[in-house]
Design a protein around this ligand. Sequence first.
Ligand code: 3HB
Length: 338
Amino acid sequence: GPRRRSRRSATPHCSFEKVASPDLADDETVLGVIEHRTGHSGVALIDGRPHTAVHTTTDESESFAEVWRLDGPKESGSHGGIAWARTADYLFGVARVPEGDRYADGTAALYTGIFDLIGELGHPRLARTWNYVSGINTLNADGLEVYRDFCVGRAEALDARGVEPAGMPAATGIGTHGGGIACYFLAARAGERVNLENPAVLTAHRYPRQYGPRPPIFARATWLAPPGSDDGRLYVSATAGIRGHETVHHGDVARQCEVALENIAQVISAENLRRHGLRRGYTLADVDHLKVYVRHREDVRAVRRICAERFSREARVAVLHTDIARTDLLVEIEGVVA
Ligand code: 3HB
């Protein structure tokens, strides 16, 4: 069938496609493939592309492949459990922490491994991360919630490598139904990388202690543009119904969804981009390749309806059924602009 492709671009872009599509094998633009499915697989380098399957939904009819592409000659490899592929400007990597009864040490090793690899390969600036954490709201062997345990490990890796919290890009930290922690990421050699905050939401690394011994550390969005060009893209973090640091509208998925949309609209607005030195601005109609994470199966229809009203009719919207980092959050939404 026809393959819907984004415009050519000098920054990595994704599309949502059928899993195991035979067309992918000889497509030289592919940087990496993440399958969203009802089961997981290990990290692999297949035909020079990093690959894994994440167990992010409970109905195989919702499965799809998130295919990352970029034009240009590529090089790939596998090092310390991280499968990677890169062009001259950008690198895509995939890694995993195996299932266990504690995650801080494994997460710290994962992130120090990522920092070391991107440094050695000369793509030192982390540009976007996705973290799919199984049993995210369950307790680890010490009685600490697994998401908080993950946050401890990530914070320790930053300490160990001297990475400032403000240097951490847009992220996703969300549940999966198995497989430990799957992490994939983009990193840049050079060019513009601007991490954005949302003035309506507290900077994650300043969250008070009530959310865990170490805070989450990520930006609300990251703008990337290649060296010598302003043809960039804005990658929006998984965004929830939070104001300040507090969850709003407990138990009301529709209103939480509206606040998440409002938070995305604010972070990508001209006013917010100007505040971060970028002379452009966007609305919800500009966001594509949305991944919408819904905690309860029975809320999927309501969330789909709200998203259909608020995003472009052309936007690709994937709804996934999985747990969310904070137990009182019912929905989270991420996407890519342009
Ligand atoms: C994270 O910890 O990286 C994270 C968590 C979220 C949303 C976005 C990022 O719930």
